[in-house]
Ligand binder design. Structure first.
Ligand SMILES: *Cc1c(COP(=O)(O)O)cnc(C)c1O
Length: 369
């Protein structure tokens, strides 16, 4: 590597990636733990059996975009929807079209660890402004950050990763009013939001420079299928069509994603269960004396630990893989099945006792009310 004429900004960089370890309980990348049913797998097998592999796929993925628009509702049609291989490719298209050399993207930190990589890969300057201590983003923060940085792309993540924090619609609306460029709301976890948390989709009709991105990786239990999408004004979609690689979405991906969408109620049926596990876990962690960020996503950020790496390793030694990410002292755990959550709690109790964590509140056997 040292001898290669690599772009200087790539020298010494490591490829992105949470560890992919083969352990009993994987709670580190916010996947939906429930695999597809045999019936859905059979339907996917039929769709994938003959997607027309000798021909190039539909470059515009029109049938899939029609299905995605129908899923989103809000009066959207295929001309409002763009799709790509995961929302990471959607984000890349957006930055290729609206960022680029001499331009900036601004987000509120801490946030998703992939954003700086999309920016780097598209030659877009990456800027951050700090969130409030409780990880929220309010109108004053947005106003001040926009006034200071004049970003070409303002990126709001709601619910945010790794904190789980939602951004209110009033703040998104204000962002659309004050931002000089595009406003992108990353709603990768929107389906997990507590009820009554509205989507920025409802603002699209009023704001032509607003983009809402979604993914089938999380609530839809389709991370392996690689399908992300956005909703926006048709002109935004047309801009993405200019920068995308020709035939970027394979015939197999389009066919399989359409089957998954046709089974949306089944695939989304575990969302309520995952939300319940998340809320139970938040209460349990707080009862143990830990700090926990309010979360609308399918994960929980908790802390704070003097040595979070030691806690992370202790859990891993007990077969539970979570994520060492976010601000120093915090750890993130995905909501899983009741069995996985029980394994996590058991392991954390053991780690806390072994490390004699300060402030840890033991569970009371047969606690009285
Ligand atoms: C997981 C995640 C995504 C989804 O990425 P895909 O490429 O669609 O799998 C997008 N944004 C955030 C903040 C995420 O955490």
């Amino acid at each position: 590597m040292a001898d290669l004429p690599l772009r200087p900004e790539l020298a010494g960089q490591e490829p992105y990636g949470a560890p992919q370890l083969d352990v009993p309980h994987r709670l580190n990348v916010n996947e939906n733990p429930y695999p597809p049913s045999p019936g859905l797998l059979a339907a996917i097998g039929r769709a994938a059996a003959d997607p027309g592999l000798n021909r190039y796929p539909d470059r515009e993925a029109t049938a899939l975009r029609t299905d995605l628009a129908a899923y989103l509702g809000h009066g959207l049609g295929p001309e409002n929807v763009w799709a790509a291989n995961g929302s990471n490719e959607v984000m890349t298209h957006l930055l290729q079209a609206f960022g680029g050399p001499g331009r900036t993207v601004l987000t509120f930190a801490p946030s998703y660890s992939m954003y700086p990589e999309y920016a780097r890969n598209t030659y877009t300057r990456y800027l951050t402004a700090p969130r409030r201590p409780d990880f929220t983003v309010d109108a004053d923060l947005v106003r001040a950050a926009v006034a200071e940085h004049h970003p070409d792309v303002l990126l709001l993540t709601s619910p945010n990763n790794p904190t789980g924090t939602s951004v209110s619609l009033d703040v998104v609306r204000l962002a659309c009013e004050v931002a000089p460029g595009m406003v992108v709301v990353d709603e990768a976890y929107q389906e997990f939001a507590r009820s009554g948390t509205p989507s920025a989709l409802s603002l699209l009709a009023e704001h032509p420079r607003l983009v809402v991105t979604r993914t089938m990786s999380k609530a839809f239990a389709f991370a392996g299928g690689r399908l992300g999408y956005l909703a926006a004004a048709p002109a935004v979609v047309d801009a993405c069509r200019i920068v995308r690689l020709p035939y970027h979405l394979s015939a197999v991906t389009q066919a399989v994603a359409r089957v998954a969408l046709a089974h949306a109620p089944e695939l989304l049926s575990q969302v309520d269960a995952l939300r319940r596990e998340r809320d139970l876990l938040v209460d349990w962690l707080r009862d143990r004396g830990l700090a926990v960020a309010d979360t609308d996503a399918n994960f929980v950020l908790f802390g704070r630990f003097a040595d979070r790496s030691a806690v992370w390793r202790g859990l891993l030694e007990r077969g539970v893989l979570i994520r060492e990410t976010g601000p120093d002292g915090w750890l993130r755990v995905s909501a899983g099945t009741p069995t996985e959550m029980a394994a996590f709690r058991t392991a954390l109790v053991q780690v806390a006792e072994e490390m004699a964590l300060p402030g840890w509140v033991p569970e009371q056997e047969g606690a009285r009310a």
